[in-house]
Structure formats: C-alpha cells, structure tokens
Ligand binder design. Structure first.
Ligand SMILES: NC(=O)c1ccc[n+]([C@@H]2O[C@H](COP(=O)([O-])OP(=O)(O)OC[C@H]3O[C@@H](n4cnc5c(N)ncnc54)[C@H](O)[C@@H]3O)[C@@H](O)[C@H]2O)c1
Ligand SMILES: O=C(O)[C@H](O)CO
Length: 331
C-alpha cells in the first residue's frame, strides 16, 4: 500500500484527471471515484488526506465522521449547501470552495434566460420548427419593452453584481436586496438597494435569485412573495433549487400571475419523475411548455471555467499537503 497522501476526486469529474495529476502528482496519489451517491463513496474516501467534491453528491456528517486523516475538503464550485461544513469543522477539517471560476457564465445564463423568456425567442423558434405556428410575431404572452423595467436581484455577491451590470447595460432599472452587503455598493454600481424582500418584489418585472441556499434562505421565494410581484413578471433561478419550490412556480404560471420562469436548478437534481413543474413543462398542452425554460444545472459551464475550477481546487489541496494553510475556507 502507498504511503503517499491520497486525494480523492468525487462526482462527475472522472479519469483522465489531467490537471489534478499535473498539480498533485508529485506529492500525492490522485483517484477519481465515479459514485452516483454518497453511500457509494464512503469506503473510498475514508483514507483521503484531501477531497475534491462537486455538486451532484452530498457529504453529510455520517461520511465526514468516517474520514480518518482528511485535512481539507474542497467544494469545487461556489455553493457549499451539499457539504456539512459544521461536521467538518467539528472534526478539524477545513472546507473551502472555489468562488471565482464561473461568475460571468452564470450571469450570462441569467440574462440569457431573461432575454429568451421576455422576447419569446424559444417559443417562436420551437413553433416554427414544429410547424405549429404562423410566420408571425404574435406570442403566447404579449411582449413589453425592457428598457426601464425593474430587474430585481436577491443576493448581490459575485454573480449578483455581474448580472446587475449586464441588466443595467440592457437598460433595466436594477434593484437589489442583500442584508449583508457593505454600504455604498448601490452608488458604486449605479443601482438601487431595497431594504426588504417584499419591497423588492413589489416592483419586480424580473426577479433573479443569486443568494446561497442556507437554512435561512430555503424557499425564500414563496407563493406570498410571488403574489407581491406585479402580474406578468418573470422569475429566474440560477442559484439553488431549494430557494424556490417547483409547485410554487407551477401555480404562479397556471394562475397567469407569472408570465414565465427560467430555471437552471431544481431541489431534486435530476428531477424525480413526479416533479410537477417538469411534468407540466414537458406537456405541449400546458402553459408551462412555452413559458418555462428548464436547464440541467448548466449555468456555470464553459470549458475554461471548468478547467479553472479544477486547477484552483487542486492547487488548494497542494497547499495543504505542503503544510500551508488553505485559501477560501468557508466553515
Ligand atoms: N447554477 C450554477 O451553475 C451556479 C454556479 C455558481 C453558483 N451558483 C449559486 O449561486 C450562488 C451565488 O454565487 P456567488 O458567487 O454570487 O456567491 P457570493 O457568496 O459571492 O454571493 C452571495 C450573496 O448572497 C447574499 N445573501 C446571503 N443571504 C442572503 C439573503 N437571505 N438575502 C439576500 N441576499 C443574501 C450574500 O450577502 C452575498 O452577497 C451560490 O451560492 C450558488 O448556490 C450556481
Ligand atoms: O455552486 C456552483 O459552483 C455550481 O452550482 C456548480 O457546482
């Protein structure tokens, strides 16, 4: 058996681990575990000195408590909601994320979903392609001019700021709610800070979610909040599925209160067969078919970003294996 430290890479990154081997190969053995769920990876990670985990698998206290020599868990990505950071801290294990690998792509996706829904691009294309619609601009939902409409952001962190700048360039009146932001961000960005979520919702034409999923933000957008939005607006969720339940979106579409929703993330990924929103969206006779866009948690993805994420994650493991403190510790 090797006496070299072991770094285990879990989730969807599999061999060849070109960046991981290049950065860590001299000091550690690096292996990828192609597990589908937490129970499949427990045995393989017990001896690891460092773990690199992506977003598809959860790491609960049960697995964390079985780690025998782990110094660092790197969540290769931003959101840390799939790892029990407290359990890791109680065991003296640092949890770090990679905060800055795909900010622009997520913002591009949020704006892309907004434009496709508010301009009806996907609907016009699909109708023509399926030969079920006329050669006409008429739409299932009447279109409004975007300039001066309110683009409302929940969570003005890295992605929130990048989205705000894009929305501002399109002529939106950009407003945000973030109780933890430092003073002066509104003036620096030329956007408006709103002190409460209901106040933000009351003016929102587009409500775009960019806060983390925590016990405090679970279902932060619920039926009551959506009802506060003026009728005919849009919701964009590229943050986490747990912030907005699928039933709530479906109801608001069926009630015609929301004109549309752009969803990159769901509480269950991939969605269970009984997910009501997904089933309605797949039904050509349901209004959600044209008015909802669902993507498979892909907002972050581009080749350069994925490479950045893996390189930065590996470099952080290397720091720790060489006796240096890790960066971007979040627990
Ligand atoms: N779909 C994707 O591919 C993808 C990719 C990256 C990140 N994400 C998600 O996007 C989230 C945001 O990423 P980021 O890089 O901007 O993170 P960030 O930490 O830079 O920003 C998060 C912001 O949310 C704010 N916030 C926290 N609680 C809040 C609350 N209750 N109400 C309003 N604001 C609140 C924080 O103060 C912070 O400013 C991540 O947590 C992650 O879940 C998704
Ligand atoms: O949080 C993130 O970085 C994305 O959701 C991908 O894991």
């Amino acid at each position: 058996m090797s006496s070299r430290p072991l770094v285990v890479v879990t989730d969807f990154i599999t061999e060849p681990l070109e960046y991981e081997h290049q950065i860590l190969g001299e000091v550690a053995d690096v292996v990828a575990i192609d597990a589908n769920n937490e129970s499949e990876l427990v045995g393989a990670v017990e001896q690891a000195s460092a773990l690199m985990i992506y977003h598809a698998i959860s790491l609960t206290s049960e697995t964390i408590n079985r780690l025998q020599d782990c110094k660092l868990i790197v969540r290769c990505g931003v959101g840390i909601d799939n790892v029990d950071g407290l359990a890791a801290r109680q065991k003296g294990i640092d949890l770090a994320n990679v905060p800055d690998y795909g900010t622009e792509e997520v913002a591009d996706s949020a704006i892309g979903l907004t434009l496709s829904l508010t301009r009806g691009l996907h609907v016009l294309n699909n109708r023509l392609q399926r030969e079920v619609g006329p050669w006409s601009y008429s739409q299932v939902v009447p279109k409004r001019r975007l300039r001066n409409q309110v683009f409302a952001i929940i969570g003005l962190g890295r992605i929130g700021i990048a989205t705000a700048l894009r929305a501002k360039a399109l002529g939106f009146d950009v407003r945000f709610y973030d109780p933890y932001i430092c003073q002066g961000m509104d003036k620096a960005l030329g956007i408006q800070q709103i002190d409460s979520l209901p106040e933000l919702a009351k003016s929102a034409y587009v409500l775009s979610l960019h806060c983390p999923l925590t016990p405090g933000t679970q279902s932060i957008v619920d039926t009551d909040l959506i009802r506060m939005m003026p009728p005919g607006g849009y919701i964009i969720n590229t943050a986490r599925g747990g912030l907005l339940q699928p039933e709530v979106v479906l109801q608001a579409i069926e009630d015609n209160h929301l004109a549309g929703a752009g969803i990159d993330v769901l509480p269950d990924e991939p969605p269970a067969p009984q997910n009501p929103l997904v089933n309605a969206w797949r039904d050509p006779n349901h209004p959600a078919y044209d008015r909802v866009i669902i993507n498979p948690h892909a907002a972050f993805y581009c080749e350069e970003g994925l490479q950045d994420m893996r390189i930065k994650g590996s470099q952080n493991c290397l720091r720790v294996l060489q006796g240096m403190p890790p960066v971007n510790v979040v627990n």
